[in-house]
Design a protein. Structure first.
Length: 236
């Protein structure tokens, strides 16, 4: 397994307020959805958008983090280093997902951009202040923390209770729910922005096993097409 990129991205905020804040695609899923007009004015003064280049780390395992990031665009890989030096992929972030939900002196994971990404940045100190007038902010963060816990439990079940085919099918279904789209031909196109090795690591499979399973699913008709960066599934 490859080791994660340890260099933390130099992610400079764009100058001023993002011009498309009012029409942000993920605003309904971010902390901003809980804010009233007065609180949102304060958010606009503090929040900035930051670009994260492909293969750069937004957060690094073991390093301090005092910020909340909301993914606006792109895909991020979450990973941890095991005691024997191997890397374990623990999840992926897509539009609307949060990273750094809690301020910590040592991040529990590394978050790396799998393609050029865009995030909104909120200092936790500001969130603590604004939560006094907008308690929905903290409520949303708590709910998100619970969601992350449930995801971790689902991942444990995925690795321990399912065979290779069931793991791959479950993974494709999860990605389809997050970023899949109708292809216009009565099917669903499911982008796979992460490398195949990342998928194999996440599912606890050998790369060869993953490749054979994808081929088998295509030959059986459960997958209509398989390419390097996507699969096509029959519409439900």
């Amino acid at each position: 397994m490859e080791t994660p990129v340890k260099e933390k991205a130099r992610i400079c905020p764009d100058a001023g307020r993002p011009a498309n804040c009012d029409v942000c695609e993920v605003r309904a899923n971010s902390i901003c959805s809980d804010l009233g007009p007065r609180e949102f004015v304060q958010v606009e003064k503090t929040m900035s958008r930051r670009h994260v280049a492909k293969n750069k780390a937004l957060m690094v395992e073991g390093e301090p983090n005092d910020s909340l990031y909301v993914v606006v665009d792109g895909c991020f890989r979450l990973s941890k280093m095991l005691e024997d030096g191997r890397r374990q992929v623990t999840g992926f972030l897509f539009k609307g997902d949060f990273a750094g939900v809690r301020a910590t002196e040592a991040s529990a994971y590394t978050a790396e951009a799998l393609n050029d990404g865009l995030v909104c940045y909120f200092p936790h100190s500001f969130l603590d202040e604004i939560a006094i007038d907008a308690p929905g902010v903290k409520d949303r963060l708590i709910r998100h923390g619970q969601t992350e816990y449930h995801k971790a439990q689902d991942h444990i079940v995925l690795l321990g209770k399912k065979n290779a085919e069931e793991r791959v099918v479950s993974f494709i279904a999860m990605i389809n729910e997050r970023i899949g789209f109708d292809d216009g031909n009565g099917a669903r196109r499911v982008p796979l922005p992460m490398p195949r090795q990342d998928i194999a690591d996440y599912l606890g499979l050998r790369l060869e096993t993953l490749s054979r399973t994808l081929t088998s699913l295509r030959e059986s008709g459960r997958l209509l097409d398989v390419t390097r960066h996507s699969v096509t599934v029959p519409a439900a």
